[in-house]
Design a protein around this ligand. Structure first.
Ligand SMILES: [Fe+2]
Length: 202
């Protein structure tokens, strides 16, 4: 199993990541990463969040994608991560937790807020921080226009009301109005439940 990511202390985080994505033949993920950073910085500016934290979280959010999906379960076991039944069924869901552990182990990231945002960027979670929420949306809004869910313009409109309105709109439509997902990560449901009491009526 490939577990090595090369880290050069003289290179910036961005240069290190670009080197590793290129070596793995995953430049499409690197292009996505740069788009997520662009979106995250815009949202950070709009909602008063540290651009440094937003940028670091965005650059590292998919670092585990350097490895093939077929290795995610084994890597998660090797790092002794908590593996939920839904993640066992669909190991792709583990990549958010794996990115967090690689950010710590290989890139020496210690900022808990950045690490938490990386580890829930696909599913969000209950009691999410502002940084968690902007990384989640920055990732979701970075897909090619043809792959974006139809309700995205509505989400962007709701973001003019508040970050929580935008998030609620995204989660509600994803879980209620879209084609049913075969496996739903529990954190996604918990994130929506967490926002529902205050925003369901608005
Ligand atoms: Fe991801």
């Amino acid at each position: 199993m490939t577990t090595d990511i090369t880290y050069f202390s003289k290179l910036s985080l961005e240069e290190n990541l670009k080197y590793n994505f290129k070596r793995a033949g995953k430049m499409h993920i690197w292009a996505h990463t740069l788009q997520v950073r662009h979106n995250a910085l815009n949202l950070a500016n709009k909602f008063g969040i540290s651009p440094e934290q937003a940028s670091t979280a965005a650059l590292l959010h998919d670092v585990s994608r350097i490895f093939p999906t077929s290795q995610y379960l084994e890597l998660a076991q090797m790092y002794d991560l908590d593996i939920l039944p839904e993640e066992k069924q669909l190991p792709d869901l583990l990549h958010q937790k794996l990115s967090r552990v690689i950010a710590v182990e290989t890139f020496n990231i210690t900022d808990k807020e950045v690490l938490n945002a990386i580890s829930c960027h696909t599913t969000l979670r209950a009691h999410a921080s502002k940084l968690d929420k902007i990384l989640f949306l920055a990732d979701k809004l970075s897909w090619d226009a043809k792959d974006l869910p139809k309700f995205v313009p509505l989400v962007i409109k709701q973001l003019d009301k508040s970050l929580d309105d935008g998030i609620y709109c995204y989660l509600f439509n994803l879980l209620n109005n879209n084609a049913p997902m075969p496996i739903i990560h529990p954190w996604l449901k918990e994130a929506l439940q967490d926002l529902t009491p205050s925003l369901a009526a608005s």
